[in-house]
Design a protein around this ligand. Structure first.
Ligand code: ZN
Length: 376
């Protein structure tokens, strides 16, 4: 007999039944939304017993291209998350294992808990050069946390980093944790950046969706990354307050951090199709890509999204709105849910630690770019 549980932070699964020794599981939809793909649950049973899981609604999930070559994440201690061979037959997602303890946890990707988010904010705010500000409240009443790093001055470029608009993309907050650890350290890189720039960092744009175990939306079922043109306090306060702050303080570089279900690569999407696109923006994009290729062996530019034709960008997308409004560099950075196919790791796939390292490496690229920034 197995016991299945998902009644915890970012938990998501429904046990629909059992057949031929297989647990029949279903992922719940995001609240007020059709989207689903994120799952996170535990199974308890006798150590040594064979456990077979079948997620039988995988064929209706948001991104079917996410399942081929996907390998499920599992952990016994909730600290180290390994990968397990997984089969997708077009409808059912199956994986099996022999229990090495009484309880095993499974997740779509290595989770980043709300408690860990609070610890990140608490740790960061103890630094002399950090100010913690609550921009507003979410619909579930959680704070929208902003960390300001460095003291604003006329000559200092303003760098924005936002993560986890899509709550199931937990790798995005792992990246921010790695970035913050480096930025607030005594390393030459951290010190140089703190003296030469000001950072505004929102480690989790969508805490409600994160805690609720959503893939893509907030508590009202809104996809925050389609709300930037006209956000509302009633439906998308997370974007409303973040955007208001951006307008009030300005910005010279915007990095919006995401994960991609399908593509097994790290890549950036720029804002080529926005109305105000300029040679300056193109120059910064090229400089960013060129630098990150040097700084990280996990980054590449061969695979990514199709580039929008001139004037055809969707301005409701965060980085497009930011790039267009501030007429400067704004990128969506995507990491894989699966693995980096250019440097695969069968034990861990792409994971939290690799995301953290990419966040640190990205800071070196930010420093490389500072001389290219024209303020105002
Ligand atoms: Zn995303």
């Amino acid at each position: 007999m197995f016991s299945v549980n998902s009644n915890f932070d970012s938990g998501n699964i429904h046990l629909a039944g059992e057949s031929n020794g297989e647990l029949l599981l279903e992922i719940r939809q995001d609240r007020y939304s059709e989207y689903f793909q994120w799952f996170h649950f535990s199974v308890s049973g006798d150590q040594g017993s064979k456990l077979q899981c079948c997620i039988r609604n995988a064929g209706q999930a948001a991104y079917l291209e996410g399942w081929p070559d996907y390998r499920v994440c599992f952990s016994y201690d909730r600290k180290t998350w390994h990968r397990l061979d997984t089969n997708f037959d077009g409808q059912n997602l199956r994986f099996e294992t022999q229990l090495e303890g009484n309880t095993i946890w499974f997740a779509y990707f290595e989770p980043f808990s709300y408690e860990r988010h609070l610890e990140l904010v608490g740790r960061a705010q103890q630094h002399d050069e950090v100010t913690h500000e609550i921009l507003g409240l979410t619909l579930d009443g959680r704070p929208i946390d902003l960390l300001q790093i460095g003291t604003p001055a006329d000559a200092k470029p303003i760098i924005w980093v936002t993560a986890r608009q899509h709550p199931g993309e937990s790798m995005a907050e792992h990246l921010v944790e790695g970035l913050l650890n480096e930025l607030l350290s005594d390393s030459e890189l951290g010190k140089a950046l703190r003296s030469q720039a000001v950072f505004y960092i929102i480690p989790n744009m969508n805490p409600d969706g994160s805690v609720r175990g959503h893939l893509r939306t907030n508590a009202a079922g809104m996809n925050l990354n389609r709300e930037w043109q006209s956000p509302s306090k009633e439906k998308s306060p997370e974007v409303f307050w973040a955007r208001s702050k951006m307008i009030s303080v300005g910005g010279d570089m915007f990095l919006d951090i995401h994960g991609d279900e399908a593509l097994p690569y790290n890549f950036v999407a720029a804002s080529e199709g926005v109305a105000n696109y300029s040679a300056y923006m193109a120059e910064l994009e090229n400089a960013f890509r060129g630098s990150l290729l040097q700084r990280s062996d996990q980054f590449q530019t061969e695979y990514g999204y199709d580039i929008d034709a001139p004037g055809k960008a969707n301005h409701t997308v965060g980085s497009n709105w930011m790039g267009n409004h501030f007429k400067t560099l704004a990128l969506t950075l995507e990491m894989p849910f699966k693995d980096n196919a250019n440097d695969p790791c069968s034990r861990f796939g792409w994971n939290g630690e690799r995301s953290q390292q990419l966040g640190k490496d990205m800071l070196a690229t930010v420093l490389d770019l500072l001389p290219h920034i024209k303020r105002g």
